[in-house]
Design a protein around this ligand. Structure first.
Ligand code: C2E
Ligand code: MG
Ligand code: MG
Length: 682
């Protein structure tokens, strides 16, 4: 590029300077020649006139007296003058000439006295070649008499022409040399004051790498040009570079930072991870990646609004920043997912400490506009080089481990292990099959009776979901969590609700008052339209609301922010019952329990299985439920001793294998409504 510029600017400028100088010089030379020609012509004409004046008197005397001697004298003195080539004197203007003198041999009568000039000489001086004057008697007073002769002077045209051509040539050559010198001088001046500093400036510009962010390279004006146009030009370029730097920084910020939390975004995190792995390879240390996902974030967003959701994310980002070392990287992958990159790992224990520190820091209560939140997260950990060769693999492993942490409950971390990949693959396969199952209507409801322990009279049923496959029925324990994670639980749950209500309304006609219990997942509760769906199921089936009980799990109820009780209250307002399922397995706080709009408690099977040996918890829960005015259902009653104890304690309802396993609707209907003995159970 430099050569190109040199060629184009310096050479073109030199060519232009020389051409301009030559053209101007040529014009001047032509003018000079014109003027010199005019001057030479004047000189020649004057010479002829002078000679005529000088010789006129003596020539008249010689002609009058026919004095040959005098004529010869006149001829000799005239020819002694260089520019005169001939002189002629005649006795009368008309008669042939009498005395003729010449300097060259070519003079003849037909070519009287004029030596042949060159073409140029003839062109310029041709009309001046001959001067003529009539001669009169040499009287002192005037020339009244007729002429007595004629005088002719011939100029030496060859000589004058040769002189003239030599002059023209020297003028042209001199002019040319002068013009060339002038052009050269101009080129040198241009080069020194323009091209050279421009080239220096161009070289300096070339030194500035625009993507070099560490070094703030700037132009210096070429020496001696600090205060002229070039100095100002480099100043302007520097200003532009400053502005370019600023906008580049802004663009980089936009492209690499998460606008909500100002943490590095996914693109920058990937870049940093690659960088960290490359460096770790050189220094022989490990790198850990912590994939963190907030627990129940969607719920906060849905119930408290996106603005508070955003503020929760910002608060989490701030806590993460304060908890981690300067050398660790923390960024937001999107949504409620964060990524932490820990470098220089020599022992996995260090990473576990980081995960614990993060979880503890997050768990501190947070007040957002009067809403008390207790953020928690699940963290999946993967290590380089143990779990994968590159950043992509490491990230995938951490993601898988995060799912394992989620499955283990909120606020946990899990290290990646190879089996997890197997589980993740199985999970993906289940998800795909679940979607197909929904389309192919492979879901079915089984019903388990709820009875009075005293007389085993039927009081209701719990609808339990089954997935009908070629190889038999699949229990919800094996697929419900996948349906939850993928959101498939919403359409499936809606169908369960409709079907259970429809069935309950049918059986009610036979059985009279009959309560149908339906399990509801946390994800369904997070759906603001859920009460409308319940309402629709009731009105379409014609089932009175009081005969429907929604079962929620303890953990769901406890983890709900205050806003969620609003959802439960809306459901209560519809007139449906709300039972807390598996009571005693979660972390219910008793103070919370008072505030949740419940109608029933279901004592978890785990506490019933120890009865009648260990009754402490079962008895306490029964007592608690009674004091809170809640109905109690004992789950998982498997033997007669348990039933008797429950009867003795005054527990109003129970369900369990003692009475029946969950069974298909037709079997339930035949056995429990029509009294046909139970042959088999599901
Ligand atoms: P759950 O609501 O606590 O249901 C009771 C579970 O205990 C049922 O398992 C039932 O078959 C089992 N069971 C009942 N009596 C006995 C007994 O005497 N001994 C033993 N060992 N087990 C007994 P199932 O049907 O496999 O359901 C498991 C869980 O799946 C349910 O627990 C419920 O949380 C969930 N689930 C079932 N259907 C649905 C549904 O339609 N929607 C949602 N969201 N969850 C459902
Ligand atoms: Mg249940
Ligand atoms: Mg249960």
């Amino acid at each position: 590029m430099r050569m190109g510029m040199e060629r184009s600017l310096a050479m073109r400028q030199a060519a232009c300077a020389v051409l301009a100088a030559c053209l101007i010089g040529l014009l001047l030379t032509v003018l000079e020649l014109g003027w010199a020609t005019w001057r030479e012509r004047g000189k020649a004409a004057a010479l002829v006139e002078q000679m005529l004046d000088l010789v006129e008197g003596s020539a008249a005397t010689a002609a009058w007296n026919a004095d040959d001697g005098l004529a010869a004298q006149i001829g000799a003195s005239a020819l002694s003058i260089d520019a005169i080539s001939g002189i002629e004197i005649g006795m009368s203007p008309t008669e042939p000439l009498w005395a003729r003198f010449r300097t060259d041999a070519g003079w003849s009568d037909s070519n009287p006295g004029t030596s042949q000039p060159g073409a140029l000489g003839a062109l310029v001086f041709g009309d001046l070649a001959l001067g003529e004057r009539l001669l009169y008697r040499p009287l002192p007073n005037g020339r009244a008499e007729p002429a007595i002769g004629i005088l002719r002077i011939h100029l030496d045209m060859r000589r004058i022409s040769a002189d003239y051509i030599a002059f023209v040539l020297s003028a042209l050559l001199g002019g040319m040399a002068r013009n060339l010198l002038l052009g050269l001088a101009l080129t040198l001046v241009f080069h020194r004051f323009l091209t050279k500093p421009l080239l220096a400036l161009e070289q300096a510009v070339e030194q500035i790498a625009p993507d070099n962010h560490d070094k703030k390279a700037r132009l210096t004006a070429p020496a001696g040009h600090e205060h002229d146009e070039l100095g100002r030009l480099s100043g302007r370029i520097n200003e532009m570079l400053d502005r370019l730097d600023c906008s580049q920084q802004m663009l980089r910020q936009l492209a690499t930072r998460d606008s909500l939390t100002d943490l590095p975004n996914r693109a920058l995190l990937n870049e940093r991870l690659d960088h960290a792995l490359a460096r770790a390879g050189r220094v022989q240390r490990g790198v850990a990646v912590l994939f963190m996902d907030l627990d129940r974030f969607k719920h906060v967003n849905d119930s408290l609004g996106h603005e508070l959701g955003d503020r929760l994310l910002q608060a989490v980002a701030q806590r993460l920043r304060h908890t981690l070392r300067q050398s660790d990287t923390v960024g937001r992958l999107g949504g409620d997912e964060f990524l932490i990159i820990v470098e220089d790992v020599s022992d996995p224990k260090e990473v576990i400490q980081v995960a614990d520190r993060v979880l503890t820091a997050l768990a501190r209560p947070l007040d957002l506009d009067g809403h008390q939140l207790q953020p928690s997260a699940s963290i999946g950990i993967s290590l380089w080089p143990e779990d994968g060769a590159d950043g992509r693999q490491i990230l995938r492993c951490a993601d898988t481990a995060m799912y394992a942490a989620k499955a283990a409950g909120s606020g946990c971390w899990r290290m990646f292990s190879a089996e997890m990949t197997g589980r993740a693959m199985a999970r993906l396969a289940t998800e795909a099959r679940l979607r197909a199952a929904e389309i192919r209507h492979e879901f079915e409801l089984f019903y388990q009776p709820t009875v009075d322990p005293a007389d085993l009279s039927l009081r209701g049923a719990e609808a339990l979901l089954r997935w009908r496959r070629e190889d038999g029925y699949v229990s919800p324990a094996d697929f419900i969590h996948v349906a939850e994670e993928t959101g498939l639980i919403n359409p499936i749950g809606e169908w369960v609700l409709m079907e259970a209500c429809r069935q309950a309304a049918l059986w009610r006609q036979v059985q009279g008052d009959f309560t149908m219990a339906v399990n509801v997942s946390p994800r369904q509760l997070a759906d603001a339209a859920f009460p409308d769906k319940v309402q629709r199921a009731l009105s379409e089936s014609g089932l009175p609301p009081a005969l429907l009980t929604l079962e929620i799990t303890e953990t769901v109820a406890m983890n709900q922010a205050a806003g969620d009780f609003i959802m439960l209250r809306r459901l209560r307002d519809l007139g449906v019952g709300i039972a807390m399922d598996d009571f005693g397995t979660g972390y219910s706080s008793l103070s919370h329990l008072r505030r949740i709009p419940l109608t029933a408690l279901k004592i978890d099977r785990g506490f019933i299985s120890t009865v009648p040996g260990d009754v402490a918890i079962a008895a306490t829960v029964l007592d608690l439920a009674q004091r809170l005015g809640l109905e109690t259902v004992a789950e998982g009653v498997e033997n007669e001793a348990q039933r008797q104890w429950l009867q003795h304690q005054g527990c109003p309802l129970m369900q369990g294998y003692l009475v029946s396993r969950p069974v298909p609707a037709d079997i339930f209907s035949r056995h429990f409504l029509q009294g046909v003995p139970l042959a088999s159970s599901g």
